[in-house]
Design a protein around this ligand. Structure first.
Ligand code: AMP
Length: 184
């Protein structure tokens, strides 16, 4: 597996745009649409993630709404895995399990279909994916949902970790964490 060197990381970092005071004053929002709009950078990132996970024992990739869908669905297609959406309340049509959590800016809830990980295998293995760790609340709630739905989260993967908020420490209590880029 190829690890990214500092110049690879700097290259990806430069494609992410900072939006000050969004969605409210004091927040610097990490805008990944600029990365997605750069075909070379987006492919470079997805190739790196595929390289990291393609030989791992992973049955499902669970993406957190909404930016986790973009990376998670693309990764699932690349490594031949199944994709499962973890969504905001009221979006999933079948019976759901839900979990409340705190955000960097507010309180929210995530849901998953009760049968999301139904497969012939007992205790399926899940890779969780999202764009960013802030407080770690969303991902911790998502790991809890994965467990409640009868699966095991083998790793939580993020593009960006805002290390100064130490959210990764919270997530690491429940599952290993990998972040492509770290910002302090
Ligand atoms: P948290 O639960 O605090 O770790 O927040 C992570 C979730 O909120 C992720 O789904 C992010 O997309 C979003 N988020 C939180 N803070 C930011 C930020 N500064 N820039 C972009 N997205 C953020």
């Amino acid at each position: 597996m190829k690890t990214l060197n500092q110049s690879d990381k700097d290259y990806l970092l430069k494609t992410i745009r900072d939006i000050k005071d969004f969605p409210k004053p004091g927040i610097i929002f990490k805008d990944i649409t600029t990365l997605l709009g750069d075909a070379k950078a987006y492919n470079f990132l997805m190739d790196h993630l595929a390289d990291r996970y393609q030989n791992e024992d992973i049955d499902f990739i669970a993406g957190i709404e909404s930016r986790g869908f973009i990376f998670g669905a693309a990764l699932a297609a690349k490594i031949g895995g199944c994709f499962v959406p973890i969504r905001k309340p009221g979006k999933l049509p079948y019976t759901t399990i839900s979990e409340k959590y705190s955000l960097e800016y507010g309180v929210d809830e995530v849901e998953i279909h009760i049968d999301a990980f139904k497969c012939t295998k007992e205790n399926p293995k899940v890779l969780l994916i999202d764009d960013l760790i802030a407080t770690g609340g969303t991902a911790t709630a998502a790991v809890s949902l994965i467990n409640k739905a009868g699966a095991t989260c083998v790793e939580a993967c993020f593009l960006l970790n805002l290390t100064f908020l130490q959210g990764d420490e919270e997530i690491k209590k429940t599952t290993p964490v990998y972040s492509v880029l770290e910002l302090d």
